[in-house]
Design a protein around this ligand. Structure first.
Ligand code: EPZ
Length: 418
């Protein structure tokens, strides 16, 4: 397992390229199961999760070629394999996103239940409730979910919460259903909007994506397309925090500020200068950072995927910050590791009280989940001395060459094979 070694104290200056969005690429790769014919996607991020999704699609009978530019040719009904096995699903929960497309296109799917992960139980009851409402027969046995339906029928589905992949699964299922489907209390994330745009390019008839009511008029067939993946707003937000805490001046190439309104508002509240430029977003650390309070919420609220990164900012800002994680029940695993670096953070249920103004000190720390790992790298950038982040395979799931990108802007950081 590799580790990342960071020498704290460098100011980040220069530009950092932002890769394609992991959480857009994964559902869009699954959407490639729907049309008759091969689709091609550009600006695909080179991530472990994308490679895993490629492996899964091959297991289902797809031809998957390329890396940055990816071509996915779905199988014919005769050649399609309709089972997503535990050995793959357990490594990446987003595998559940093949469920909707498989049932819509081939009438059946058997997918291993993703189970929980480090940050929470991560149930899929809303995905299954929606498919059942569309006429599918859903059975759970031996750790798998079996979904069967000759042709899904449109339905009005009121979601208990705005689940991102739940909406994406049901949008893909409804695209080929008979009749109209309405998703109420839908997720409004940019990645949901992007998937709807891709499906409409394939010939689907979806409206309302980006709002909390999405309407899908089912069609009989979809066609293959070409599409470039949008930039990763969470990667961009992560590097924005890096620029802020090192009082740097960084252009995030390709970043789209409009995908990060809540994050930009909090950065500005902390005294960070953020401006839109023709080719991205510029972030300049001001003087000493002000403490800001964060409550994570569904989009357009403050994204849970940026909570760990903002906790590092809170550690070094002057004053006390209150952070409330309202989406996942166990997303504070970075806290004990930050504590080892000298952070003063008190957890009470979903609330973290961070006493700022700390000078963190470098240490060997353990990555536990994707965004927690990123926060440990950020802490290393400002800690005194050397920080070693172990188990960086967590990072590689969602960040493409993070050490190369940060080094390109002046960080003293390297990957060490162990
Ligand atoms: C997506 O996960 C993202 N993953 C997550 O990013 C992100 O943190 C999350 O949305 C929230 O924004 C991908 O897009 C691949 P949810 P998802 O369904 O869809 C509960 C990262 O770091 N829920 O919106 O799994 C659930 O337990 C990852 O890139 C149900 O109860 O999240 C959670 O509390 C981490 N039943 C809340 O809803 C369901 O059927 C939101 O979950 C579905 C969800």
């Amino acid at each position: 397992m590799d580790k990342i070694v960071v020498e704290g104290g460098s100011r980040l200056v220069g530009s950092i390229p932002v890769s394609g969005a992991k959480n857009a690429a994964l559902p869009i790769m699954c959407a490639a199961l729907l049309p008759t014919g091969a689709s091609t996607f550009k600006n695909v991020p080179l991530l472990q999760d994308v490679a895993t999704m490629g492996k899964l699609l091959r297991r289902l009978g797809c031809e998957v070629d390329g890396k940055r530019t990816l071509t996915i040719a779905p199988p014919t009904a005769k050649k399609a394999k309709l089972e997503a096995p535990y050995d793959l699903v357990k490594t990446m929960r987003a595998s559940i996103l093949v469920l909707g497309p498989l049932v819509a296109r081939f009438g059946r799917a058997r997918v291993s239940l993703p189970g929980g992960c480090a940050i929470g139980a991560r149930p899929i009851d809303q995905h299954l409730k929606g498919l059942a409402a569309m006429g599918a027969k859903v059975t759970l046995d031996h750790g798998y979910v079996d979904v069967e339906c000759k042709r899904l029928k449109g339905a009005t589905i009121v979601l208990d919460m705005p689940t991102v992949t739940g909406c994406e699964n049901l949008m893909m299922a409804a695209a080929l259903a008979k009749g109209r489907t309405v998703l109420e209390n839908a997720a409004r994330e940019p990645e949901v909007e992007e998937l709807a745009l891709v499906l409409n390019k394939m010939g689907a008839r979806i409206s309302g994506a980006g709002t909390s009511v999405i309407t899908i008029e089912g069609v009989d067939e979809l066609g293959p397309i070409e599409h470039a993946i949008i930039p990763d707003r969470i990667e961009a937000g992560t590097f924005a925090v890096a620029a802020a805490i090192t009082r740097g001046d960084v252009l995030l190439e390709g970043a789209r500020p409009e995908h990060l309104d809540a994050v930009v508002a909090k950065l500005r509240g902390a005294g960070v200068h953020v401006s839109a430029e023709a080719d991205g977003m510029r972030v300049r650390g001001g003087g000493e950072l002000e403490a800001v309070d964060i409550t994570t919420q569904p989009h357009p609220g403050f994204p849970t995927d940026m909570q760990a990164q903002f906790m590092v900012m809170a550690c070094v800002a002057k004053g006390q910050s209150i952070i409330r994680e309202m989406i996942f029940e166990n997303r504070y695993m970075h806290v004990p590791e930050l504590g080892r670096m000298g952070a003063d953070i008190h957890i009470d249920g979903r609330t973290a009280v961070v006493r700022g103004g700390k000078k963190l000190s470098g240490a060997s720390v353990m990555a536990t989940d994707l965004r927690a790992s990123a926060s440990l790298v950020l802490a290393g950038l400002v800690a005194g001395g050397k920080t070693e982040v172990l188990r960086v395979y967590h990072l590689d799931r969602g960040y493409e060459s993070i050490e190369k990108k940060l080094r390109g802007a002046g960080a003293k950081i390297k990957r060490v094979k162990t």
